[in-house]
Design a protein around this ligand. Sequence first.
Ligand SMILES: NC(=O)c1ccc[n+]([C@@H]2O[C@H](COP(=O)([O-])OP(=O)(O)OC[C@H]3O[C@@H](n4cnc5c(N)ncnc54)[C@H](OP(=O)(O)O)[C@@H]3O)[C@@H](O)[C@H]2O)c1
Length: 295
Amino acid sequence: MNTTELYVVTGATGRTGSAAAKTLLHAGKRVRVVVRDKPKGEMWAALGAEVAVADFSDRSALCKAFAGANGAYIVSPPQYSSENLYSQAESMAHSIAEAARVAKLPKLVALSSIGAEQIAGTGWIAMNRMLEESLRDTGLDVTFLRAAYFMENWEALVKMAVQQRKLFSFLSPLNQKFPMIATADIGRIAAEALCENWEGVRIVDLEGPARYSPNDIAKYLSLKFGGAIPSASIAESDWGQSIAGQGFSSAAISGFIEMTQGINSGYIAFHDGLNLERRLGSVQIDAVIDALAVG
Ligand SMILES: NC(=O)c1ccc[n+]([C@@H]2O[C@H](COP(=O)([O-])OP(=O)(O)OC[C@H]3O[C@@H](n4cnc5c(N)ncnc54)[C@H](OP(=O)(O)O)[C@@H]3O)[C@@H](O)[C@H]2O)c1
């Protein structure tokens, strides 16, 4: 009988999920990845992982995927193209929670977001809050990783900056340092958290090794590519137009606007003094920008 702990990783074809699964495999744990399409599991099978096929909307397939595991990492991504993205997120959250409860998962680590403690006014982050609420209701031991703004969110703007020699920014003011984190760090920390033991609900704020302003990123791009690459704020009135055409529903665009307003105003932020645990990643933004700029 194999007595090594078995951990389920959802979102394994995605950014944080793949980093979590790789970290667990390197640590010698048994890993069962959850994919929606079987062929996407082949690479994981070659690395020694078990593969389960399940969509978050399929409670019974999820339940099978969770069966017998010591814990699971949950990534529940928004369905940005849908006008009903909030009700879909709620229904996926219920499905995940019910499957975890039926499978009696000993522990869960779920990716949430900075700002998830706010009841309203956070746009997309309302979906992270829904997941937190559903998983809390299971009574299982659960850790919520409230991650800062992903460094990878800069991808399109960095690529555009290389071409146009100007870094446009949704984040503002341009000299404000915002908490950000690399997805590789989130996945690694998720895997580490999953191997720990705790009781009840644990909230961990996650950010990178330093905070960065849009000006810091523009300065790094100038150094890397030579010559001046200044930063410039995208006017709030242009935000919707700037992300239109990328497959977002109008409800998703409104959510993006509300979330970005909340970040810029400081409403969506980490609050010192709340006695919450905070873990810092090690990946600097320079390394992420290097990869984004050439990727
Ligand atoms: N961007 C930010 O600044 C930020 C900050 C804090 C938190 N977050 C949270 O980060 C999460 C995204 O994490 P990520 O970047 O690791 O994800 P990602 O790279 O976007 O990957 C999403 C993963 O979810 C899977 N998936 C999508 N729909 C599914 C469904 N219906 N059933 C089962 N699996 C499904 C995808 O599988 P397929 O390959 O089959 O599509 C993929 O593996 C979101 O919950 C977001 O709220 C983001």
